[in-house]
Design a binder for this molecule. Sequence first.
Ligand SMILES: [Zn+2]
Length: 189
Amino acid sequence: MSEDQLASALAGRCPVCNHGSVRHWGEKSTRELWRCHRCKAILCTTSPDRTDSDRLYEHYHDEARFTLAPIVQASLERVVSLAEHSRSSGRWLDFGYGEGGLLEVAQRRGWACYGVEISRSMLDYGSRKGWTVTSDPRGDPRFADGTFDVVTMIEVLEHVADPVCLLCSAARWLRPGGSCTSRRPMPAA
Ligand SMILES: [Zn+2]
């Protein structure tokens, strides 16, 4: 979230839907949380900038175990099944692919897999899997605008400094008629 968006949140205006119904919601891990009563977005008033994010997530998956609970595996299978109607070029981009569970499923079902990730160990892992991966897709011709059937962001938006900017990027990466899926954790979890 940018400084301007934070200022809006503190002034009671939601940076997601622009409605003036943001109220203090609580505190978690010393961070103040705010919630929009209209769109239910939960906002944090201390947001890392890009440099902080890079440092925070660079080693985030160093202890990766690559095992998924059956319910999570089933959920990822469903995401890929639901995207089948969008298949044209067969290019799938998972932004913030983490330990690669979703791209594993997509690859098994014949998609050409592309991924963006900060974690160095996961970038190495993705390369070994044969995926096209990078930590920064900006200006990278392999991640050209309008070329992806599917863009996914699973539990990612809440981690980035500017989620609106990321959604705009996702819209650019998609071909006309492509599909975008974003999922976030349950706030009470
Ligand atoms: Zn809102």
